[in-house]
Design a protein around this ligand. Structure first.
Ligand SMILES: C[S@@+](CC[C@H](N)C(=O)[O-])C[C@H]1O[C@@H](n2cnc3c(N)ncnc32)[C@H](O)[C@@H]1O
Ligand code: SF4
Ligand code: SF4
Length: 325
């Protein structure tokens, strides 16, 4: 995060805390198409028309006027779109802080976004056999080529890994890989897209699996305390320890108040699991109709959780984010 962005955010706080809405961060699911079929992911199953380049640029103009400072692209796989570099360049020209979540399988396209990307988040499950097992044969080799490109062009990058019940060895591997490439690594537990982002039933039904997953979160807490390059804040990792609990204090949710989600076709949501999406149309008008957060939602994805903790004034989460300014 840049210092100027922190200051701009601070100026908008009174409005956000008094129930108003400033879409500081736009999470843009630019496409739901994907070249991979990771075994735990359902995102690619969404079918959606996609805005064309001009419509996306227009959306950026509108959000800029409404106070957006950060444009975060995910999917599906963003690099699948041939106009992706042009879209990134436009986001840069609007002064957005830009980030991309990618599966890292397009190493030859990385140089095209090197001047327009503030943060590249590369998803990887572990060593070669683990990554290829979950993400498809040959994926690991491409991710390593992407990491080499990142190093060559001096792009700011992080690794993204899913915490599973049985992947302790892989978590260790990812931390050492992050050290090797001078990056951080962020973690989120396996959740179920189709059940509102809740816990995976199979894990809830098995004491061994749940214990394994919670033990892995404890391991990450230890690593964080030791100074390993774990991107999550301690506050977020501690929150994740609620996975599988019946009753726990939910995070105060700021979705729809400081962040919005833009789907490939221009549908506007407060969060992926918004029960009342605003269909594509006049974005200016749609912004007035975005839902307010529900009461007591689960919040396992890392970016959502960290945002909610920061805006709930968790010092740990704020310090953790500002360390990278
Ligand atoms: C849906 S992907 C989209 C971006 C890109 N295709 C990628 O793989 O990074 C975004 C992130 O969600 C994670 N993810 C996908 N399915 C998940 C699940 N069921 N539980 C937790 N994280 C998941 C992926 O590992 C990835 O880091
Ligand atoms: S690469 Fe990303 S979007 Fe594609 S299937 Fe895997 S996790 Fe899902
Ligand atoms: S609590 Fe988290 S998952 Fe639920 S709506 Fe808010 S940001 Fe989304």
């Amino acid at each position: 995060m840049r210092l100027s962005h922190v200051l701009k955010t601070a100026l908008k706080l009174p409005r956000i805390y008094t129930g108003g809405m400033v879409p500081l961060k736009v999470q843009h699911y630019i496409t739901y198409r994907c070249n991979l079929r990771c075994s735990f992911c359902d995102a690619w199953k969404n079918k959606s028309r996609e805005m064309d380049t001009g419509q996306i640029k227009e959306a950026m103009d509108i959000f800029k006027r409404h106070g957006a400072i950060s444009w975060s692209i995910s999917g599906g796989e963003p690099f699948i779109r041939p106009d992706f570099p042009e879209i990134m360049a436009y986001a840069r020209s609007k002064g957005f802080m830009t980030s991309i979540v990618t599966n890292g399988t397009f190493p030859e396209r990385i140089s095209k976004v090197k001047d327009s990307t503030d943060l590249l988040l590369i998803s990887i499950e572990g060593d070669r056999s683990e990554t290829d097992r979950y993400r498809g044969m040959g994926t690991y080799a491409k991710i390593i080529r992407t990491l080499e490109e990142v190093r060559k062009h001096g792009i700011n990058a992080n690794l993204n890994t899913v915490i599973k019940p049985d992947n302790r060895k892989q978590l260790r591997y990812i931390i050492s890989l992050a050290k090797e490439y001078g990056t951080f690594c962020g973690f989120q537990p396996l959740f179920d897209y189709m059940r509102g982002g809740r816990e995976v039933q199979e894990i809830l039904e098995s004491k061994t699996k749940l214990r394994g997953l919670l033990g892995n979160i404890d391991f990450l807490i230890e690593e964080k305390r030791k100074g390993s390059p774990v991107l999550n804040s301690l506050a977020h990792l501690k929150y994740l320890k609620n996975y599988g609990k019946e009753d726990f204090k939910k995070l105060r949710c700021f979705a729809g108040r400081n962040t919005v989600l833009l789907e490939p076709d221009g549908t506007l949501k407060m969060c992926y699991w918004d029960p009342n999406p605003v269909p594509p149309g006049n974005l200016e008008e749609s912004l007035k109709r975005v839902s307010k957060p529900p009461h007591g939602c689960y919040c396992w994805p890392k970016c959502h959780g960290e945002n909610n903790l920061m805006f709930s004034m968790s010092l740990e989460a704020i310090m953790n984010a500002t360390k990278k300014i």
